[in-house]
Every structure is written in C-alpha cells, then in structure tokens.
Design a protein around this ligand. Structure first.
Ligand SMILES: Nc1ncnc2c1ncn2[C@@H]1O[C@H](COP(=O)(O)OP(=O)(O)OP(=O)(O)O)[C@@H](O)[C@H]1O
Length: 246
C-alpha cells in the first residue's frame, strides 16, 4: 500500500466528519411548495471509515455530498470536520480550506481545457493547497493502469475511465481528510475497480454507489436515502448476511 492510502493513528478511531440535521428542499417547480430532498440527516464519520451512500436515482445522493462540501447550500444543518482535537465549521475554517479538507470528487471531471498536467498546475496554484503536503498523482494513477503519457493528452482524447481515474488521483494527491466520492468507479472495468477500491480502503470516505456488491466490499455502514426525504444508517450487510437473507 502506498503512503497516500495510509491512515495516521488507526488505533481507536475517532470522528472526523460530523453532520447534524442537514436538510435540503427540492427545487421549487412553478412556485409550488417544495418538499424535502432530505431532512435532518445526522451522522458521524469515523477515521478510516467508508460510509456507502445508496438510494434510487434522483433521491439526492449527489446533492447531499455537494451540501457537505459547501458546493450547494442547504436549508439547515451543520457540518464540522475534526482538525487536531476539535471540530471546526466551514465558516470558522473558511470555505476554500474546508473544500480542501472535505473534498468532493465528481463522477467525471467537468469539461476542461488543456491536459491533466494543466489540472495539476492549477491545483498547485491554489493558495489553500500551497501549504499542504502533496503526493504524486501520476504515481497514484499508475497503480490503476494510467500510464504517464496520458497526462499530456487533451481531456477529450481520454476515455471516460481514464478521466475518472485521473480526477480521482489528483484529489487523492491533495490528501484531504474526507473524500466525498460520487460513483468513483462507474466508468471502470471490474479489475480496475478492484485496484481503486484497494487504494481507497483505508481512507475516510462517503462513497455513492449503485452497486450492492461494491457497497459490501468497501463499506462498514450504509446511509440509505429514501424518496420521502427520510434516511437510515445501518451496518452494511456482509456478503454472507445478504446471501442468507435472499
Ligand atoms: N441545488 C439544488 N437544489 C435543489 N435540488 C437540486 C439541486 N441540485 C439538484 N437538485 C435536484 O435534486 C434531485 C436529486 O438529484 P441528485 O443528483 O442529488 O440525485 P442522485 O440521487 O445523486 O441521483 P443519481 O443516482 O441519478 O445520480 C434532482 O431532482 C435534482 O434536479
């Protein structure tokens, strides 16, 4: 396992991300009163834990990750990240710093000009990244079958799976405390999916997946979101439990 996959101080896992009563309304349509996309969602994510996020399409999985990342505004609720001995809010930390510590990784990078090497330069130019330790994203992605020459290609010349692995490697290279992963292996074949899962196994993550098999492989708990805005959190069913309940 490379150093970017390691967790410091794994003994006695403590909370890293705290989410309290996070609430988001649906967008209003034609001035109609909107109901809730999700309501009063509360949980604490432990260091080194992967919490799977499940639910039908359109239920609000991406939106809740974006709310936690402070990329989308929520109507109510508080998110806090542990830095040192205490929890800190995005306001106390400053939103750019928050997003560096609690990093949202979209399914695919937005259409960008230039090459992935330009993305590395851009990330390194951010003030909040300057003071942080960085790992080599090219080395990270090489473990997942992305050869170094691909970093010099224009984005549209890369396959969906290459783009996905490169974006994820750049996020990992910044060593955020929490990764908010939006279907991070949706464009990958099973073998490459396994390689990525192996790298992420010791990271602290919220991980959206539509795959029950992947949920069972990577997660210890699952946040299930329901169309009525409610949610539940439960230990992820192990493969043997799932088989015996079929
Ligand atoms: N900023 C926002 N405010 C309110 N509603 C939003 C916002 N952004 C998206 N939505 C709506 O919230 C709903 C849930 O979208 P979201 O992308 O979070 O679902 P999802 O569970 O991730 O779906 P999928 O599994 O298909 O990716 C959609 O109807 C979407 O139009």
């Amino acid at each position: 396992m490379n150093s970017y996959g390691a967790v410091a101080g794994t003994g006695g896992a403590h909370g890293v991300l705290s989410v309290k009563e996070l609430t988001k309304r649906r967008e209003e349509v034609n001035g109609e009163t909107a109901d809730y996309l999700f309501y009063d969602v509360s949980f604490e994510l432990l260091e080194g834990e992967i919490l799977a996020v499940r639910g039908p399409s359109g239920v609000g999985k991406t939106t809740i990750l974006r709310c936690i990342a402070q990329l989308t505004q929520s109507e109510a609720g508080v998110c806090m990240v542990r830095l040192g001995d205490s929890y800190t809010t995005p306001t106390e930390l400053g939103v750019p710093q928050w997003r560096a510590d609690v990093m949202y990784v979209p399914q695919r990078p937005a259409q960008m000009a230039g090459t992935p090497l330009d993305l590395i330069d851009m990330v390194n130019s951010f003030k909040v990244q300057a003071a942080r330790e960085h790992y080599d994203p090219v080395e990270i992605a090489e473990d997942w079958g992305v050869t170094p020459d691909l970093w010099e290609k224009k984005w549209p010349e890369l396959s969906g799976g290459e783009q996905q692995r490169i974006a994820l490697a750049v996020a990992l290279s910044c060593d955020p405390k929490v990764l908010l992963l939006d279907e991070p292996t949706s464009a990958l074949d099973p073998h490459t999916t396994q390689l990525v899962e192996d790298t992420l196994a010791t990271r602290t993550c919220l991980w959206i997946t539509h795959s029950e098999a992947q949920e069972r492989r990577v997660a210890t708990r699952t946040l299930s979101m329901h169309p009525d805005g409610s949610y539940s959190i439960a230990p992820t069913a192990s493969a043997s439990t799932a088989a015996s309940s079929m």
